[in-house]
Structures are given as C-alpha cells and as structure tokens.
Design a protein around this ligand. Structure first.
Ligand code: ADP
Ligand code: MG
Length: 210
C-alpha cells in the first residue's frame, strides 16, 4: 500500500531500511571513493548506519523530527571525519526543521531536504558544482519544494529522480573540494561517492513509501 503520510514509528522503520541499504552498498560506495578519494566512504557510512540502527531501535520514537535528529547524531558520533559531520548534518539539520511534526508528508519532506541542504552547505562550504554530495542533495531539495502538493509516494519518486540525476551530473564535474580536489580534471567521468550515498538514501525513502 502506498503511504500518504508516515508517523514516527514508520519514519523510524524507513530510516532502518535506509541503514540496511547503505550497509549493503558498502562495496559500491568504497569503490566510488577509491576512484576519487581514499576508498573509505563505504566503511564510514557502514559504521554510521550500524550506530543508527542501534540508536533507533533502543528508544520509542515519539516525534518524526527526533527520529531524523537521532539518526544524524548517531552518524556524527560514530563516523568522525568530514563525512560524519556532513552526513550527520543532513539528518540533524533536516530533522530539527520538522521537530514536533506528527506526520511526514510531501510538505515535511520539502522542509527536511531544504534544511538538510542548507545545513550541509553552511557546515562544509561546498557549493553546487564542486562535485560533492551537495550535487545530489541540492537538486533533491529543489524538486521537493516543487512537489509539496503531491501525495508522498509521487513526491518521493520525483525527489529520488532528482537526486539520481544530480549524482549522474556529478560525473562531469571537476572536483574542487575534499580529497578529490588534487585530481583536478582527472576527476571527470566518475560520480562523487557522497552523491552516490545521497542517491541511495533518497531511493530507499522512495521505495519505503511506494
Ligand atoms: P573522507 O573525505 O574524510 O575520506 P568520506 O570518504 O567518507 O570522507 O566521504 C567523502 C565524501 O564526503 C565526498 O564524496 C563528498 O561527497 C563528501 N564531502 C566531503 N567534503 C565535503 C564538503 N565540504 N561538503 C559536502 N560534502 C563533502
Ligand atoms: Mg574517503
């Protein structure tokens, strides 16, 4: 059954599904980072998502914003490094913006992705086009703002398409941030590892509500 709206327990179950998908994708994410960085992105995300599973199953969710915030906090405290702060911020800033909300619909999704994207840009200083996860997150946030009047499954499908297209577009970009920066033009042709993670996260959210 398509879900028009998620309560806090369903948001928790969606995030547990996201965690499993990211853990399953560890080899793909590590390989993407091996092409452009130091090859540890999948391992870091796996560690973060194992901490997320532990955190989310240890307490009863009563607020959808808090489920996302707990997700972000678990990632930040377990992953360390640049990507712990960056991916932790996605969920912490996104969750904070919908704290106290009782239902996750297309409107909350738009608020979540907008705040997540602004939070990441503020925290890490990346702009669109720098070949980072922002290149998947920002198109997702922009699309989310356009589909707030749609049922959640349709909205999440559009948002996931935008995240995937953004990840694909990152292939053509020259890295100007992080470890890939030293590769310069040699970074062209490969997708950014963090953008791959964003695309998987959003696709799993889409599949959960479909
Ligand atoms: P590290 O770079 O410490 O090895 P990871 O390999 O886990 O960390 O993550 C790398 C990913 O993090 C990159 O592919 C990129 O998407 C993202 N990233 C790195 N720095 C930034 C930043 N300043 N802003 C946004 N995303 C970033
Ligand atoms: Mg790395």
């Amino acid at each position: 059954m398509p879900k028009e709206s998620l309560n806090s327990a369903e948001v928790r179950d969606m995030m547990l599904a996201v965690a499993d998908k990211i853990i399953e994708a560890e080899p793909i994410l590590s390989e993407a980072d091996r092409q452009l960085g130091d090859g540890d992105h999948g391992i870091g995300m796996e560690r973060g998502m194992n901490a997320v599973k532990e955190k989310l199953t240890s307490e009863e969710p009563d607020d959808i914003g808090k489920v996302f915030m707990n997700t972000g906090m678990a990632m930040m405290s377990s992953m360390g490094g640049a990507s712990g702060a960056i991916f932790g911020t996605v969920f912490r800033a996104g969750g904070k913006a919908i704290k106290g909300c009782e239902a996750f619909t297309a409107a909350e999704a738009a608020t979540f992705f907008q705040a997540a994207c602004e939070g990441v840009k503020e925290r890490g200083g990346a702009k669109p086009g720098d070949k980072t996860m922002v290149d998947s997150l920002q198109p997702a946030a922009e699309k989310a703002a356009e589909v707030t009047d749609q049922p959640l499954p349709a909205a999440m499908a559009a948002i996931a398409d935008a995240a995937e297209a953004g990840k694909e577009a990152s292939k053509d970009m020259i890295a100007t941030m992080g470890r890939a920066k030293t590769l310069g033009e040699k970074s062209v042709g490969k997708a950014d590892a963090g953008a791959c993670s964003v695309a998987i996260i959003v696709a799993t959210m889409r599949d959960f509500v479909a």
